[in-house]
Design a protein around this ligand. Structure first.
Ligand code: C5P
Length: 216
C-alpha cells in the first residue's frame, strides 16, 4: 500500500501593516502541530504549513513556515496533491489593503483608520478544487464561542469540506493545553471529551486513518 499523504495548516497568520507592525491573533499552533504529529505517527507523509508560532519543528514532518494568509495559501497549493487536508490554522480574515514599505509615523494624516481587504479562504479553496487536485478528505475546524454545533454544521456546508472539528473557545482552548471538540461528518457526530490536545489529535488521526484506508 502506498504511504498516505497529508497537508496540515497550523498557527495564526501575520498580516504586515508596515515593517514593524502587524495584525494577527492568539492561535498558539499547538492543536495543529499535535495533529500533524499524530498523522505522522499513523504513517502519513505530512507537510505542516505553519504560521508564526513559538513551537519547534516536528521531526519526520516536512515543515513550511509562512507568515501571511497569501503565503499560506501558496504553500498549501504547492504541497498538494495529498490524500488529506486538515485546516487547523487561525487564518486572519483580513489583511491591510497596503503594506507600507517604511514605518508609519504617528504624525501622518489619516492614520487613525486602516483599510483592510479580505483574505482568501484556504479551506474553501481546497474544498472546491476539482479532482484529482482535491484531497479525498478535507477537514476544517470551527472555533466558536456560542451555538457551537449549529454554527459548525452550517460551516461544513458553506466551506464544502467533508468533516468539521468544532471547538468551544469561550474558555482557554486557544493557547491552552486541553481541548474538547465535536467531530461533524457526513454520517454523524462524535463528541471528543475534554483532553490534552495530543489526545484529541490522536483520536482525530485515528478517524482520518480509517477513512483513508476505506478509500484505498
Ligand atoms: O470561517 P472560519 O474562520 O471560522 O473557518 C475556520 C476554518 O476555516 C478553519 O479550518 C480554518 O483553518 C479555515 N480557514 C481558512 N482560511 C481562511 C479562514 C479560515 O483555511 N481565510
Amino acid at each position: 500500500m502506498k504511504t498516505p499523504t497529508a497537508v496540515v495548516t497550523a498557527g495564526p497568520t501575520l498580516e504586515a501593516i508596515d515593517p514593524v507592525r502587524f495584525l494577527s491573533n492568539r492561535s498558539s499552533g499547538k492543536q495543529g502541530y499535535a495533529i500533524a504529529a499524530a498523522l505522522r505517527d499513523k504513517g502519513f507523509d505530512v507537510t505542516l504549513v505553519s504560521g508564526p508560532v513559538a513551537l519547534d519543528d516536528l521531526a519526520g514532518v516536512t515543515m513550511v513556515r509562512v507568515e501571511s494568509a497569501l503565503d499560506m495559501l501558496a504553500a498549501v497549493q504547492g504541497a498538494l496533491p495529498a490524500d488529506v487536508f486538515v485546516a487547523v490554522a487561525a487564518v486572519s480574515d483580513w489583511r491591510p489593503a497596503e503594506t507600507a514599505p517604511r514605518k508609519l509615523k504617528l504624525d501622518k494624516a489619516g492614520l487613525t483608520s486602516l483599510a483592510l481587504v479580505e483574505n482568501p479562504d484556504i479551506l474553501k479553496t481546497v474544498s472546491n478544487l476539482a479532482p484529482p487536485r482535491r484531497p479525498h478528505l478535507v477537514v476544517g475546524f470551527a472555533a466558536e464561542t456560542h451555538d457551537v454545533a449549529e454554527l459548525a454544521r452550517e460551516k461544513r456546508l458553506r466551506k464544502g469540506c467533508d468533516w468539521i472539528m468544532a471547538n468551544d473557545v469561550s474558555g482557554d482552548a486557544m493557547g491552552g493545553a486541553d481541548n474538547a471538540a465535536l467531530l461533524i461528518t457526513d454520517d454523524g457526530e462524535e463528541t471528543f471529551e475534554r483532553a490534552a490536545k495530543s489526545e484529541i489529535a490522536a483520536r482525530l488521526a485515528a478517524r482520518i486513518s480509517e477513512a483513508v484506508a476505506r478509500t484505498d
